[in-house]
Design a protein around this ligand. Structure first.
Ligand SMILES: NC(=O)C1=CN([C@@H]2O[C@H](COP(=O)(O)OP(=O)(O)OC[C@H]3O[C@@H](n4cnc5c(N)ncnc54)[C@H](O)[C@@H]3O)[C@@H](O)[C@H]2O)C=CC1
Ligand SMILES: C[N+](C)(C)CC(=O)CC(=O)[O-]
Length: 496
């Protein structure tokens, strides 16, 4: 039973709009209340960015996009929904008033999360009738890509609420981290605040400009932090002697004047202008939307790399993405159970994303193989060879592939794949896959492949079980009536 089938976003700016996108991309309908006259346009733009990012992020079958309903009142937005996410500006009185109004109209069992970056949940829930269902759900920008949510309960929040919140955010691909005690700014923003203060001093004192500071971060520890946190990183920095050695060596530095962060820099007009001008120069004329696009492509690339980490098992945010995709495939696999085998099976729809394009300006070689592989995985799910089947010890392995490149696939181009069985027996599936342009149907590439059923533990081929063969047979019978595809049986160097 899902925790969130319908959500509401109260406040639809940078954060509320991106929450709305995350819900909608997980297939959840969202009511939105934001009095800003341009809220609909702004959220539409955030949604467009988020859709682009998801197009690059995953090949897993996303559910049909949830619907946005723009509401005229908080009451209209929150009535009857399961999860309400408050994301109005960071002012205690405003937030408290909005949350109290949400409380008055929401179902008593609805969960109410606040996006606050640092206000205490106990202060936010002070005037509520049902405070036990209110908590902080602090996300990171962009909410539709970065998976962390800090879950912080107040004095009156129930343990059951935090548990349901953790389950709820997992449904939308996020990692709920429960903070043991409430404290202003929680964990993430306390760390960011320390860094931010130090950075402002360094710029104020002309030690470096904003670009140099950003370069220091992004070419070094910024990359490190994407995959391991502070403590795990420093453990490795201690060498074979580990964390204790690290503390012994660098502990004394903590008493040296290596930080000024306890003093707050005076953000006077001159410093604001200095930082503003340096930041303008650094942006080199790029708009916020362009910077968002670059950021999103980079984040997707990092998540892909992390998904391949730890010997392919996935690591950190990449493992979370892999687990989310497994759930999507499990659901999408069910949808794919109805298919039309009177022609080649239409198994995948996708778009060429930026990470797939090479220096020639078109889709690079190994991405073709990825699409062919994802297509044969879709066939396997159709015949019952899913994650559970593989975990139980059997699978199909690809033993031969011949790819022909017949056209070019450019950035953003919509594609689909079709698969035709050529021959099957109890161990083998011999098939022919086409990658086609979604608009014209033109064939861009083909692959002829052979898969062999294996006992993975024994490391040898074995016949597939009767239930798998029974699902394969009707497709094979239908495909036996089709003409042999042009190009099947070709080899490299063969004369036409
Ligand atoms: N911007 C960021 O990087 C992050 C912000 N947050 C938190 O998210 C919350 C929202 O921040 P942003 O989205 O950045 O601000 P924002 O200024 O982009 O958006 C706030 C939105 O709330 C709307 N609003 C104002 N009064 C309202 C009301 N009474 N009812 C409904 N909507 C109302 C405004 O029209 C605006 O669209 C804050 O609590 C902030 O601390 C959390 C994580 C990161
Ligand atoms: C600047 N900020 C305090 C609003 C930042 C956050 O809360 C988290 C983030 O996304 O950096």
């Amino acid at each position: 039973m899902s925790i969130i089938t319908k959500a509401a976003c109260v406040g639809g700016g940078v954060i509320g709009g991106a929450w709305a996108a995350r819900f909608a991309l997980a297939g959840i309908d969202v009511n939105i209340f934001d009095p800003h006259p341009e809220a609909e346009r702004v959220i539409g733009e955030v949604m467009a960015n988020a859709e682009k990012a998801y197009g690059m992020l995953t090949m897993a079958p996303l559910p049909p996009r949830g619907k946005f309903t723009f509401c005229k009142t908080i009451q209209q937005a929150v009535e009857g929904v399961d999860w309400i996410q408050e994301s109005v500006p960071e002012r205690l009185e405003l937030k408290r008033g909005v949350i109290t109004e949400i409380d008055a109209f929401a179902r008593p069992d609805a969960l109410i999360g606040s996006s606050t970056s640092g206000l205490l949940p106990s202060d936010l829930q002070a005037d509520m009738k049902y405070p036990e269902r209110m908590f902080v759900a602090h996300p990171y920008n962009p909410v539709y890509l970065l998976p962390l949510v800090e879950l912080v309960g107040g004095k009156k929040t129930s343990a059951q609420t935090i548990k349901r919140a953790e389950e709820g955010v997992a449904e939308i691909g996020m990692k709920g981290v429960v903070i043991a005690k409430e404290i202003e700014a929680f964990v993430g923003d306390r760390l960011l605040e320390a860094l931010w203060r130090e950075a402002l001093w360094l710029v104020q004192d002309d030690i470096c400009d904003t670009e140099t500071l950003d370069n220091v971060m992004r070419y070094s520890f910024g990359m490190r932090w994407a995959q391991m946190g502070l403590f795990e990183t420093y453990r490795i920095a201690g060498g074979e002697a580990g964390m204790r050695h690290f503390l012994a060596q660098f502990g004394p530095c903590l008493k040296w004047p290596w930080t000024k962060f306890t003093d707050v820099v005076d953000l006077d007009d001159a410093l604001v202008e200095k930082i503003g001008a340096q930041s303008d120069a650094q942006a080199a004329g790029r708009s916020i939307r362009e910077l968002e696009r670059i950021r999103d492509e980079n984040l997707v690339g990092i998540m892909h790399a992390l998904k391949a980490g730890n010997g392919g098992e996935g690591w950190g945010a990449g493992k979370l993405l892999a687990d989310f995709e497994k759930r999507l495939w499990a659901k999408g696999g069910d949808q794919a159970k109805t298919y039309d085998a009177s022609g080649p099976l239409h198994l995948l729809d996708t778009k060429v994303n930026a990470a797939w394009v090479d220096y020639n300006g078109h889709m690079t070689e190994h991405r073709y193989l990825q699409l062919f592989g994802d297509t044969s995985d879709a066939l396997l799910r159709l015949i019952g060879v899913d994650f559970a089947y593989v975990e139980a010890g059997h699978s199909y392995y690809t033993v031969e592939t011949h790819i022909r490149h017949l056209g070019e696939a450019k950035l953003g181009q919509a594609l689909y794949t079709t698969l035709q069985l050529l021959a099957t027996d109890d161990k083998r599936i011999h098939f022919f896959t086409r990658i086609q342009d979604a608009a014209s149907g033109d064939v861009i590439a083909t692959a002829e492949q052979m898969m062999l059923h294996v006992d993975a533990k024994a490391g040898k081929s074995v016949p597939a079980p009767a239930e798998v063969l029974a699902k394969l047979k009707p497709i094979a019978e239908e495909h036996a009536k089709l003409a042999v595809p042009e190009g099947a049986g070709r080899h490299v160097g063969q004369k036409r």
